[in-house]
Ligand binder design. Structure first.
Ligand code: F6R
Length: 369
């Protein structure tokens, strides 16, 4: 049932190109318009929305953080992202013009369920992004967009995360379409980029051997730090979460720009630091800032593990280890940049003798608050 892989996690990592493609399938017609028929909130209701609030936990929360960039960029609607467990207890401001998006692989996470119940009590509409048909969260939502990752068995979320991202991009495009900030051609262009991404994920998967070799050499380390900017920041958080839960190592993700406000004090000789580098094309100012960050930490002794686009030569002199990812549009980069971090955590867990599919103290679906 593990399809020849040692762990479900490895199988699920390998299934990601398919999962991404399946989640896109049939959701865009030939004219480039999105018709998400599982979304039963009317277009006129959506046009009235003046705020999007995303609630989720763990890895799904990281998908939400990335979604914020796409939603605000493509729709110009303000978007907040909040941990479901914090949301309800701070008396959030909600009304019928707030679209709450609840992201959950299992559809049974109690914190997320309680957040959506609270939102609906306040009159907000809730759209669920979920991987499990007929589970509680979609049943209690006003609308649902299912991810088609297929069953995810390993406790650590991998393919569900990538499909959550795809679903979030679709929601962002759909909102843009009904509100008139994104139209046919543009939507088709993004969708085309998205469908190429499945191939790019496949490509990354084919180049992971050096990442595995590197991970094995770090098995006796205590700490690994992760840095990113823009959409690379949530990717850094996700890389750190994977490492904590699988390798039981101290791992933290930081926004690269925050380094000088504190975290740089942690840098010491030979400390592994993974850096997710934005594309040098487009908003190259972000790229250049991250390259300076790499220089700064390396000058203080860090062992830099750099995840950068194919053809990005500026990073080469400062990378102790260089992991190449295919050229992708900035907003979509998390779909490829996350993959090496999943492989890295999985291999470190194996090297440390941990149970990959069933990490200690964790459950696949957290049905208590
Ligand atoms: C991390 C992980 C958890 C879940 C979180 C939410 O790998 O699996 O952080 O992402 O418990 O679970 P769902 O998506 O089922 O609501």
């Amino acid at each position: 049932e593990k399809g020849g892989y040692d762990y479900f996690m490895l199988k699920e990592i390998a299934e990601q190109p398919r999962a991404v493609a399946d989640t896109l399938l049939g959701r865009i017609d030939a004219a480039g318009s999105l018709s998400l028929d599982e979304v039963r909130i009317t277009a006129s209701e959506l046009r009235e929305m003046d705020k999007v609030v995303i609630v989720a936990c763990g890895t799904a929360f990281h998908a939400g953080l990335i979604a914020k960039y796409a939603i605000e960029h493509w729709t110009r609607i303000p978007c907040e992202v909040e941990l479901a467990s914090e949301f309800r207890y701070r008396d959030p401001i909600l009304d019928p013009r707030t679209l709450v998006v609840a992201i959950s692989q299992s559809g049974e996470t109690m914190d997320t369920l309680m957040a959506l119940r609270h939102a609906r009590e306040q009159g907000a509409k809730v759209l669920a992004i979920c991987n499990t048909n007929g589970s509680t969260i979609p049943r209690e939502s006003d609308a649902v967009l299912y991810t088609h990752a297929g069953p995810e068995v390993a406790v650590a979320s991998t393919k569900a995360f990538l499909t959550q991202l795809v679903a979030c991009y679709l929601v962002a495009l759909y909102l843009g379409q009904v509100r008139g900030t994104k139209w046919g051609d543009e939507i088709q262009a993004v969708v085309r980029d998205l469908s190429h991404i499945a191939g790019a994920v496949e490509e990354v998967l084919g180049t992971m051997e050096p990442v595995r070799d590197l991970a094995r050499t770090l098995a006796d380390k205590d700490t690994v730090l992760f840095l990113g900017r823009h959409v690379g920041y949530p990717v850094a958080l996700e890389g750190a979460l994977k490492l904590k839960e699988l390798a039981y190592m101290h791992a933290e993700g930081f926004a690269a720009g925050e380094l000088k406000h504190g975290p740089i004090a942690l840098i010491e000789e030979d400390l592994p630091v993974v850096v997710v580098v934005p594309s040098p094309r487009g908003r190259s100012v972000l790229h250049d800032k991250v390259v300076s960050n790499i220089q700064e930490i390396r000058a203080r002794g860090a062992r830099t593990i750099v995840i950068a686009e194919e053809g990005d030569e500026a990073v080469v002199p400062y990378a102790d280890h260089l992991v190449r990812i295919p050229v992708t549009p900035t907003l979509l980069q998390p779909l490829v940049a996350t993959v090496p971090l999943q492989v890295f955590a999985c291999e470190l867990a194996t090297a440390r003798g941990n149970e990959v599919d069933q990490p200690r103290n964790l459950a696949k679906s957290v049905t208590v608050e």
